[in-house]
Design a protein around this ligand. Structure first.
Ligand SMILES: Nc1ncnc2c1ncn2[C@@H]1O[C@H](COP(=O)(O)OP(=O)(O)OP(=O)(O)O)[C@@H](O)[C@H]1O
Ligand SMILES: [Mg+2]
Length: 352
């Protein structure tokens, strides 16, 4: 029995009043003590008056509950609906007869929804705080360096031919790093807000990979890394934004050089035909990425401890951009790796 339903509540209250009335009646006519229950008319009067009182009490309770309390609940119900769906332009529905159950259901759903929103907002707030912290941290290093070089130059270094050129060169490098960080951040925010429109064309990803490796050849040689492309013997035609995919390849291959193995370092690029898509895999035999880091390398500013040890140069933005670009193509990117063995990044593109 649901006691929050108006009918049941009214029944309960009317029952209590009728019960109380019966006891009072019996006491007042002294029947209890005289054991005169056999008195037919007294008994009849009790039954009729109790029934009458019960019905009157029941009607009054039902009316009061429905009129005052439930009209208020109806209002709450409508307000919840207005907040929930009103902004989407839907009319608020007429509540059904079993309004309490509906309100309870609505409030519970509403609470769940609000909890989810609060959790999401908390996550966003944490993300925003981390992001601002990371950006200022990244900008500080080159800025402090520039400040140091300029001070040294002003304190007499400008006149010293051994110092001035070198310090100006270093200043230029720090400025270049600042510009690169800002460009990367700008690109990420454009990709995230969906402002960046892809220029989709058909192109051969094999020859694009060759272009990229040729450009990175010098750097690879400096790090004693051999860049190899598995020649498929024919063009590998895909659909995508060629410039953006060039950036994807450059970032991943650049990483394989940066975090590569100094002895017999090798980066291999392979293409796999997967019915609708072409999977491009870039495999290195470098320092590798641990399991706990593996799920985080696509986060902005995330760098592994081993990566930091290998080079100070990274900003931790390359793979975040790569992931955004691949996902903007409605495609996927994945990574597998083992410490000391090597890493493989693989991304798909639609076959053309
Ligand atoms: N091939 C790889 N082998 C080992 N570790 C890697 C490899 N690629 C990426 N990592 C790790 O993942 C981190 C993130 O890579 P990401 O390219 O996003 O940033 P980065 O190379 O540090 O800086 P940048 O923004 O200049 O590319 C690196 O700092 C490194 O720790
Ligand atoms: Mg990188």
């Amino acid at each position: 029995m649901k006691f929050h339903e108006p009918k049941n509540l009214a029944l309960l209250n009317a029952g209590i009043i009728a019960g109380a009335y019966t006891i009072l009646f019996l006491l007042s006519v002294g029947i209890i003590f005289e054991n005169a229950f056999t008195h037919f008319y007294t008994f009849l009067a009790l039954i009729i008056s109790t029934a009458l009182i019960f019905s009157i009490a029941y009607s009054i309770f039902l009316l009061t509950l429905e009129k005052f309390i439930y009209s208020k609940i109806r209002l709450i119900y409508k307000s919840i609906h207005l907040v929930k769906v009103g902004k989407k332009g839907q009319p608020s529905p007429q509540p059904a007869s079993n309004i309490i159950d509906h309100v309870q259901e609505e409030v519970e759903n509403w609470e769940l929804e609000k909890q989810r929103e609060i959790e999401q907002l908390k996550r966003l707030e944490q993300y925003r705080r981390d992001f601002i912290g990371n950006v200022s941290h990244e900008l500080k290093t080159p800025l402090f360096n520039i400040q140091g070089y300029v001070s040294t130059l002003l304190d007499g270094g400008l006149e010293d031919p051994m110092v001035n050129r070198e310090y100006l060169k270093r200043t230029e490098k720090s400025i270049e790093r600042l510009v690169k960080i800002l460009e990367d951040l700008d690109e990420i925010s454009q990709l995230e807000s969906g402002q960046l429109k892809l220029k989709i064309t058909r192109f051969d990803i094999f020859s694009l990979s060759r272009e990229v490796t040729e450009l990175l050849e010098m750097k690879a040689r400096k790090h004693e890394i051999q860049l190899v492309i598995n020649d498929p013997g024919k063009p590998v035609m895909v659909e995508g934004d060629k410039d953006k995919i060039r950036q994807v390849l450059t970032n991943i291959i650049d990483n394989s050089i940066r975090y590569g193995n100094r002895e017999n370092g090798k980066t291999k690029i392979t293409f796999f035909d997967m019915d609708e898509n072409i999977l491009t895999e870039i495999t290195d035999n470098g320092i590798g990425i641990g399991t706990t880091d593996l799920v985080r390398v696509f986060e902005r500013f995330y760098r592994t401890d081993r990566g930091r040890l290998a080079t100070k140069k990274g900003k931790g933005l390359g793979l975040a951009i790569v992931k955004h670009i691949v996902e903007a193509h409605q495609q996927t990117i994945n990574v597998r790796s083992a410490i000391g063995v090597g890493t493989t990044f693989g991304f798909t593109l639609k076959k053309a």
